[in-house]
Design a binder for this molecule. Structure first.
Ligand SMILES: *Cc1c(COP(=O)(O)O)cnc(C)c1O
Length: 371
């Protein structure tokens, strides 16, 4: 079976992790936290990086650092990973779901602008499968200073928007380092920002807002700490970061070449202003494809190829329709989110995927397409 995604740990990960065990620093103290944060901030082109325990925690921290809560609204794409909606719900604020652009699979800035009202406190731009959101129109909305622009870069390590790295564009940016992300620490996350006061606030919230004296707390914080072992693995991953992103892009170029012209198979977008990280190589099946998405996935699995379906849009999530309060609001019809959710899947996408594996996957799709 060709797995859909595996971590690529071919640098100094084992050496650095063993260093933590030898030094007896296995929780959130120890030298690798600071080293990792500094290296990752540099990788993104941001001033600060505050590490935490997951991408979900990073999103929650970013919202909490802005004191977003009940009565507030946060604009997010409906075609998104559930963590984006959940993080808003954890704060007590209401997610406002907007449609995506058909050409980039990312949030439609015009729809986002139309959803702004007096309660809007933030917009979360999720860079979908590594393709950056068209940020300029959103930054314009945020320029008045009342609405915060937060990036969700969990899938976009090393991706660029008009030459700027994702993670350095919004007021804050959330990252995940889960095992299938381009840079991984197993489980883990971070918020990057260039705002000094916000960085301090994030750092405090991430660790229970410990005060002076130590056990007197001025605010309710969280235990969202990353461990030294995770940071050690993360440092080795950042050292390999540029190479890992390049490998993802090479894989995408290989798939693009082999799948070009297969009827009913739409290959992933890359807008002229974008450099995608191609976190996952997604395809959308059109009506000319002989099988539906789920049947195609089953057929690929029979041929030893593991795939995943695209996100199920948030406005269709049973978990949200069951909420008693703070239920997400859908800002209009969402035909694009629904089509992507029903017809999209992603193919094996590990950084270290081999050319023969890409060929095997493409051949299988070609065969299925030819009946
Ligand atoms: C993976 C992911 C997250 C959540 O990250 P975890 O580390 O799994 O909590 C959030 N947003 C997006 C876009 C993701 O892909």
């Amino acid at each position: 079976m060709i797995p859909v995604c595996e971590p690529t740990l071919s640098g100094r990960e084992a050496e650095y992790a063993a260093d933590c065990l030898r030094a007896n620093w296995i929780s959130s103290g120890g030298k690798f936290i600071g080293l990792f944060e500094e290296a990752f901030a540099g990788f993104c082109g941001a001033k600060y990086c505050v590490s935490c325990s997951s991408g979900t925690a990073a999103l929650h921290l970013a919202l909490a650092a802005l004191d977003i809560g009940p009565g507030d609204e946060v604009i997010i794409p409906s075609f998104a990973m559930i963590a984006v909606g959940n993080a808003v719900i954890y704060t007590g604020a209401t997610p406002v779901l907007v449609e995506s652009k058909r050409d980039t699979w990312t949030m439609d800035p015009e729809q986002a602008a139309a959803a702004v009202n007096g309660r809007t406190r933030a917009i979360i731009a999720m860079h979908t499968y590594g393709h950056p959101v068209d940020m300029d129109p959103l930054l314009e909305i945020a320029a008045g200073g009342k609405i915060a622009m937060i990036e969700d870069s969990a899938e976009a390590h090393g991706a660029e928007y008009k030459g700027r790295r994702c993670g350095s564009i919004g007021l804050m940016s959330a990252f995940s380092f889960y095992g299938n992300k381009i840079l991984t620490t197993g489980e883990g996350g971070a918020v990057t920002t260039s705002d000094t006061a916000l960085a301090a606030r994030l750092r405090s919230l991430e660790n229970h807002c410990f005060g002076e004296p130590r056990f007197v707390h001025e605010d309710v914080g969280f235990n969202y700490r990353m461990t030294n072992i995770e940071a050690a693995i993360g440092l080795a991953q950042v050292e390999a970061g540029g190479k890992l992103v390049e490998m993802r892009r090479q894989n995408a170029a290989g798939y693009n070449r082999l799948l070009a012209g297969v009827p009913g198979v739409e290959t992933p977008p890359e807008a002229p202003w974008a450099k995608s990280s191609y976190w996952m190589y997604g395809v959308v099946l059109g009506p000319e494809f002989p099988l539906g998405r789920d049947e195609a996935m089953a057929e690929l699995r029979r041929r030893g190829i593991d795939t995943r379906a695209f996100f199920h849009p948030l406005h269709l999530q049973p978990a949200y329709s069951r909420l008693k309060a703070g239920r997400p609001i859908a800002a209009g019809a969402m035909p694009v989110a629904e089509e992507l959710g029903a017809c999209g899947l992603y193919l094996p996408s590990s950084s270290h995927l081999e050319d023969e594996q890409i060929r095997k996957v493409a051949d299988a799709i070609f065969e299925i397409a030819s009946g």
